[in-house]
Structure formats: structure tokens, C-alpha cells
Ligand binder design. Structure first.
Ligand SMILES: [Zn+2]
Length: 84
């Protein structure tokens, strides 16, 4: 699963499901809502989908990734330590 925010202002989610590339776009959705809609449509479990941490690139379960603002837990902790 990949989630990107397009310059047109919508979320685009793609994933390979059953051997086919599936793409959906979501306008006027929060990122989490878009991910949940995609997961619901295709019967995916967000706790099993891995998304890359934006800092270290490690695969993070999608539900955690959404909560941690696209970081893994470790990088999120480091990020907010630096802020304070
Ligand atoms: Zn990380």
C-alpha cells in the first residue's frame, strides 16, 4: 500500500491486490479515513499493511504509521525530543 497526497489535493492510494494494481483517489478525506476506506473496499487489515517510515524507511504497520504521522514509533519519539 502506498499513500500519496497529490498536488490536486486528494489522497491517492495504490496497492497490488490479487496480482492487480489497484488505485483509488479520495477527495475531502482525512488521510486516515482514506486509508480505512481503501482497506474496507479491498478487505485489507491496516495492522498488517506496512508503510515506510518517512525518516528511516522501515516498514510500519499502517495503523501505527497513520497515528505516528508517517513515522515509525522510534523516529517519532526522536523527532519530538528534538523539537523540545
Ligand atoms: Zn523510522
Amino acid at each position: 500500500m502506498t499513500i500519496t497526497y497529490t498536488h490536486n489535493g486528494y489522497w491517492q492510494i495504490t496497492d497490488i491486490i490479487g496480482g492487480y494494481l489497484k488505485t483509488r483517489t479520495y477527495l475531502d478525506y482525512e488521510q486516515r479515513e482514506a486509508a480505512e476506506a481503501f482497506a474496507n473496499e479491498f478487505g485489507l487489515d491496516l495492522t498488517e499493511e506496512l508503510l515506510p517510515c518517512q525518516t528511516c524507511g522501515v516498514g510500519v504497520p499502517a495503523d501505527t504509521w497513520l497515528e505516528e504521522l508517517e513515522f515509525c514509533v522510534q523516529c517519532q519519539h526522536n523527532y519530538f525530543k528534538e523539537e523540545n
